[in-house]
Structures are given as C-alpha cells and as structure tokens.
Design a protein around this ligand. Sequence first.
Ligand code: NAI
Length: 444
Amino acid sequence: MYDIIIIGAGPGGYVAAERAGQLGKKVLLVEKEELGGVCLNRGCIPTKTLLNSSKLYKQAKGPAPYGVHAEDVTFNWDEAMTWKKKVVKNQRNGVAFLMKENGVEVLIGKALLLEGKKVRVDNKIYEGQNIIISTGSSNFIPPVPGADGSNVVTSREILELQEIPKSLAVIGGGVIGMEFASLFSNLGVKVSVIEMLDEILPMMDKDHARVMRRDMKGIDFHLSCRLEKIEGTSLIFSTNGKRETLEADLVLMAVGRRPNIYGLERIGLDIDKGQIVVNERMETNLPGVYAVGDVTGLSMLAHSASRMGEVAVNNICGNRDRMRYNAVPWAVYTSPEAAGCGMTEAEAKASGRKVKTASVLMKHNGRFLAEHGKTAVGTCKVVVDAETEVLLGVHLIGGISSELVAGAAAMIESELRVKEIKEIVFPHPSLSEVIRDAVWAIDR
Ligand code: NAI
C-alpha cells in the first residue's frame, strides 16, 4: 500500500512526487513514456532550446551596431537538434535524480485507474491511500479534410524534423503556433499563420498582440480565417465567406490541446467538457482522488501544474492549501518575447472594476537601449484597481520579458498597492525598472 500513487510524470506529477517524498510519504510515480512529460520531452524545454539557437542565428546575421561582426553565419539544423537532445536528456536525468533522492518509486508502464484507489500497470495491481491524476493533455486535431496528410504535423512531430522545411503554414496563432512560427521565421523559412480570431495570442493584451504581429515582418498573417481543407501542399481557408488558398510544404496544427481523460468516467469521476472537475484543493468528487495540471483544463501551463501538484500533496498531508489562479504568469518565447501576469485591462474592466493603466516604452530604459537600440519593440503596461490602488496586472513585450514577470507575479500575489511598489528598490541598470517606471506613470 502506497501513501500516494501519482499517474503521469510531467511537471504536475514529478513535482508532486518530489514534495511528497520530501514529506516522508511512500510514493509510486507511474509514467507510460518518459520522466518529465510533454513539457520536458516534447514541449517547453526542447522548444526553448531550438528557439534560442534560432535567435542567436538571427542576431548574428542581423545588422551590427554593437561593434561585433560575424561573417558567413550558417545554421546547422542537425547540430541544433543534437544540442536539443542533450539538453532534454540532461533535464530528464535531473528529474530521475530528484525522484531517487526523495525516495520516490518510479514505474514505467501504462496505468489504468480502477475503482477503490487501485491502479493496474502491466496486469499488476497497486493500491494507494491517495491518487493524484496528472495525465496531461494532447494536441487537438480539428476535423478538417486532409488534416491526416503526411505533411501535417503537431508540436510533437515538428520537434523531430530531419530538415528545415522551405515553407510552413501554422494553423492557430496561439502560444504553440506563434513560438514555432517565430522559430522557423528566424531561420529564413517562409511562414504563414492562419488564425480564426481577429488577433493572435488571445490571452494577451490586444495592443501588445498587435505590436508583436506587426513586428514579425517575415510572417504572413491571415486573421479571422478558418481552415477548410488541406489538399497536399495547398491550404484552402475562408475569410468573410471568401475562399483563399496558400501553399506550404509543411503544416503545423496548433489549435489547442485536450485533457487526457482515458475513459476515467467509468470509475465515477466527475468530468465536465472533457476536463476532470476539481475544487481549489485539487480534490475530485472521489474521496482521496486528486487531479492536477492540464487534465483539469484550468490553466494549461507547466508551472500551474507544478503548483497544483504541491497543493494536492499539502492537502493529502494535512497542510491545508488552495490553488489560486489570479497571479499565474505566462510567457511566450517568440521574437519579440512577451509575458504577462494578472488581468489585462479588458479583463479588469469586464470584471466590473474601475481601472487605471499606464504604459512605458522599454527604449527609455538604459539596459534595454544598450542591448536592443531604440527601434526595437518593448513596452510594459500595468493595470491597477482605481479604487483600491492594488496592482491587478503587468503586461510586457520585448527584451527578456519572461524573466521579469516573476517579480510582477510576486507583487500581484501579495496584492501590493501602488504606494508599496513605489517603495521597492529595483537594480539599475536593469530591464526590471520598467515595472517600477510604469507604476510611477500611473496618475501622471
Ligand atoms: P491556444 O489555445 O493557445 O491557441 C490556439 C489558437 O488556435 C487560438 O488562437 C484559436 O483561436 C486558434 N484556432 C482554433 N481553431 C482554429 C481553426 N480551425 N483555424 C484557425 N485557428 C484556429 O493553443 P495552443 O497554441 O495549441 O497551445 C496549447 C496549450 O499549451 C495552451 O494552453 C498554452 O498555454 C500551452 N503552451 C504554453 C506555452 C508557454 O507557456 N510558453 C508554450 C506552448 C504551449
């Protein structure tokens, strides 16, 4: 009998296992593929590795106002892929080490959750006092004729390409679509994006999304367009009832992901719209059965899954804890990079609040100017509750936005007010000062 059996070893499952191990629990972690899940093996980590290679290439090829010249710059896809594999392997070994260090038993095999908190793996039954389901999500393929063609891939296959395509059509201008569009555009591939809505990156501040799209000059955007069918290398899509066609060697489907439920309804688990229903303690309707991460459909981000895993473990161990979503940061590692935390101006207004906002341009920041120049895209926008002066949202585009957003998350999670943020000392020169400057710009 285990204290906790965890199904799925992504950032939800392996972090839960690590924390439970640290708290002295007897833990079994079951994974059908490899430790680390989609994030480590086929998502965040390999994508960021290849994106970095593509950014270095773009920068080396670009104009050189900084006094550094590189001649005959080339990009070697095989070497970039070898580097990616090394990074992934290293991280995976790190997770294996953490499991060992915390006394977590790891079992590679496909788990089937049965009634009574029993789990079957390879015809053997394991029993747990508690179960954590962290089975993640899979790419959704829309029912479009031709979507099963050999030149149509998802984020999984595109990370294993043998060679760089000449042209790429990306279906869906969300996070996955835009990161791959940026990666291949940086490498000189002719990239087109077909997006159903009237703007890319729906979770982003609309002004920032527009700025990003306009700055991605090499990419051909088709907004408010719906893909109708794929015929070989021809993509037929419609916009305002009008049909258009574009040609692409490779098609990436990036129209969202769906929770991996694997028929869990049969044990009486409450599932709504394909997602496991959980409360803020990550409890499902079945006593002792918890669910965390993408499978809940609540916040499909690796770091949300990890925090949900911690919340589940804390509650199992009798340390009351609850998941909050209002200060979960997000980041898109495109060129330019973007990140945000908390409410956008539109969301804050839609919630019925009176809001105040301020934006500052990063080109007025010393470090940004030194490293990017004054024509590079860069803005920080803050959203504040007009009545309480509490910080509601921070939205960044440009520079190393993804590294700044954790500071913003700390302020939003702590419900800091404008007056309190003004008292925080930021290092100079650093890009982080844009957050302080934007807060100072409120009421100016
Ligand atoms: P998404 O939900 O972010 O974006 C999908 C996009 O496809 C939307 O803009 C939608 O309007 C569009 N779309 C849907 N059907 C369409 C159609 N038939 N034709 C054209 N456009 C269509 O989903 P995505 O990008 O697949 O990512 C899945 C999940 O993975 C997201 O929840 C995301 O947060 C997560 N993720 C996060 C990353 C990060 O934090 N950097 C990186 C990659 C993924």
